[in-house]
Design a protein around this ligand. Sequence first.
Ligand SMILES: *[C@@H]1O[C@H](CO)[C@@H](O)[C@H](O)[C@H]1NC(C)=O
Ligand SMILES: *[C@@H]1O[C@H](CO)[C@@H](O)[C@H](O)[C@H]1NC(C)=O
Ligand SMILES: *[C@@H]1O[C@H](CO)[C@@H](O)[C@H](O)[C@H]1NC(C)=O
Ligand SMILES: *[C@@H]1O[C@H](CO)[C@@H](O)[C@H](O)[C@H]1NC(C)=O
Ligand SMILES: *[C@@H]1O[C@H](CO)[C@@H](O)[C@H](O)[C@H]1NC(C)=O
Ligand SMILES: *[C@@H]1O[C@H](CO)[C@@H](O)[C@H](O)[C@H]1NC(C)=O
Ligand SMILES: *[C@@H]1O[C@H](CO)[C@@H](O)[C@H](O)[C@H]1NC(C)=O
Ligand SMILES: *[C@@H]1O[C@H](CO)[C@@H](O)[C@H](O)[C@H]1NC(C)=O
Ligand SMILES: *[C@@H]1O[C@H](CO)[C@@H](O)[C@H](O)[C@H]1NC(C)=O
Ligand SMILES: *[C@@H]1O[C@H](CO)[C@@H](O)[C@H](O)[C@H]1NC(C)=O
Ligand SMILES: *[C@@H]1O[C@H](CO)[C@@H](O)[C@H](O)[C@H]1NC(C)=O
Ligand SMILES: *[C@@H]1O[C@H](CO)[C@@H](O)[C@H](O)[C@H]1NC(C)=O
Length: 406
Amino acid sequence: MSMFKLCFICSVLSVVFTSASAFMTNGETFRRKLSVEVNPGLNPPSSLPPGVNLVHVRAQGHNDTLHFIFCNQGAPSLLLVHTNSTKSTVHVNWPEFINRTSSGSLKVEPQSSVQYSNALMITRLWEYSDVNNTADPQNTSESRFYPPYELQNFIWSDLNTTVNQSDHRIMICGGDRTVSFINGSFCLQISAYESEGRESSWPSLLHNSNSTQVRMWLDGVTSRGNNSRFMLELQTVGDSEFQGRVDVRSSIDDEYTPSIFKVSQWVSFPVNSSRIWGYTQWKPVAYRKPRPVFEDATPCKHSQPVPIAQPPHSGLIQAYFRGHPQTYGLNISFGIAGDPFYNVTNYLSWTVLMGMGDPPADSFSTLIIIIMAIGLGTPLVLIIVGGVFVWIRKRMSQSTGYEPIN
Ligand SMILES: *[C@@H]1O[C@H](CO)[C@@H](O)[C@H](O)[C@H]1NC(C)=O
Ligand SMILES: *[C@@H]1O[C@H](CO)[C@@H](O)[C@H](O)[C@H]1NC(C)=O
Ligand SMILES: *[C@@H]1O[C@H](CO)[C@@H](O)[C@H](O)[C@H]1NC(C)=O
Ligand SMILES: *[C@@H]1O[C@H](CO)[C@@H](O)[C@H](O)[C@H]1NC(C)=O
Ligand SMILES: *[C@@H]1O[C@H](CO)[C@@H](O)[C@H](O)[C@H]1NC(C)=O
Ligand SMILES: *[C@@H]1O[C@H](CO)[C@@H](O)[C@H](O)[C@H]1NC(C)=O
Ligand SMILES: *[C@@H]1O[C@H](CO)[C@@H](O)[C@H](O)[C@H]1NC(C)=O
Ligand SMILES: *[C@@H]1O[C@H](CO)[C@@H](O)[C@H](O)[C@H]1NC(C)=O
Ligand SMILES: *[C@@H]1O[C@H](CO)[C@@H](O)[C@H](O)[C@H]1NC(C)=O
Ligand SMILES: *[C@@H]1O[C@H](CO)[C@@H](O)[C@H](O)[C@H]1NC(C)=O
Ligand SMILES: *[C@@H]1O[C@H](CO)[C@@H](O)[C@H](O)[C@H]1NC(C)=O
Ligand SMILES: *[C@@H]1O[C@H](CO)[C@@H](O)[C@H](O)[C@H]1NC(C)=O
């Protein structure tokens, strides 16, 4: 009887916890309507240089629209513009954009609807010789650094202009003209999302309809030394007064990204306010194989953001931002002391999420919640059932065996 009750209570508990978790994770049913266009409004005789494209992802909500614009003229850049209108559009003055003559050749109209603009630029790929195998670029002498690969000078493969409208994903690969890139390339894959979810491939970041994911990988590049490690320089650009900081959050659940219990987020927020405007979020892990197993994970570290006086050339940034936008930069370095060098697999991939509002936060998965419910619930039930049982026995023995004699 008590065993039956116990099982019953356990299953009730797990059902309650499961539905609570399902509510927590799937409660957000918010979807955006996505459409992708490449080089909107570009007609001959205007044309972009080979391999250069501008991709616009329009993500329309109930009463707002997000515009994600990617362009690889100069340093590859991803611009996010949030408007409070469902009718806002992107307008490019192509002759001016191509000539790089003026700022303002790319506009989001009506301009009064723009609430927030921020851009992520991928600017440089640093390589250094880690002879002492410390993987500590910040304490490595400058002389150990090779000249950086400037992404603004890369030659890119032509984008497949038949963008898949149901997939919302684009990919480009490029490299400079040096011998290092003869058999290799640096690639970027950008994915936009209608609603909340995760990619199946690691690090399986949680995304939502207000974010876009950029996966970058370095495949088959010949390193310039036998002890080479790499580092990637990112910059963010914003037009209004904003501040930035990198927060590192911990989790006790590594179900989606094995062995990684942290998430780093570079947030931007207005001066005098703590409300987060936008973010760049990543897990501190890179992978040394295209189809990684557990051993192919390598940790990564970030430096603190610093103001940048002279950002590298980027067609998109110059065309959109007016005057002197604020720019901050930081480096992400791959590997820790003792990890294999790049030459062992000749591959490295890293993934970042860019978006607006509060960064997505992992909640406990249903599996973990069921385990917790059973793990915590069972002893509790046992204690209660045991207590009741003891109490009943006491009562019964009191009422039968040991009645006080008058
Ligand atoms: C936009 O819609 C959201 C809910 O979808 C609501 O919370 C918000 O107040 C609306 N904003 C405006 C300006 O109507
Ligand atoms: C663009 O530049 C070319 C030469 O640099 C010039 O001939 C052309 O008139 C310019 N076009 C515009 C729209 O400024
Ligand atoms: C959009 O924002 C602007 C200010 O940024 C405001 O003047 C306008 O009323 C807003 N429009 C809607 C529809 O909320
Ligand atoms: C490597 O270690 C040696 C001995 O500890 C030290 O003298 C040298 O400066 C180190 N080299 C680098 C590049 O850090
Ligand atoms: C472009 O995409 C289409 C359909 O996805 C594919 O058939 C074609 O091979 C691709 N072209 C290139 C150059 O990748
Ligand atoms: C577009 O993407 C969807 C989902 O990934 C896929 O099923 C479909 O085959 C793709 N279409 C083309 C033309 O590549
Ligand atoms: C590129 O690959 C070819 C053929 O595999 C090889 O002969 C050549 O040495 C490689 N070049 C570099 C720079 O690795
Ligand atoms: C996405 O942005 C919209 C508009 O600001 C907001 O209503 C919604 O809650 C956001 N979704 C998430 C998951 O942050
Ligand atoms: C790298 O290692 C290989 C094999 O160990 C060796 O032949 C080569 O000379 C080394 N190259 C450099 C630049 O040290
Ligand atoms: C990579 O570099 C290490 C360290 O110098 C060297 O021992 C090894 O032979 C190199 N591996 C390959 C595949 O070149
Ligand atoms: C921030 O607050 C300080 C003091 O309260 C004020 O002087 C400054 O103008 C404010 N800055 C902005 C951008 O609102
Ligand atoms: C990245 O690291 C390199 C090499 O140490 C340094 O020159 C550069 O200033 C760093 N960039 C940022 C944004 O900190």
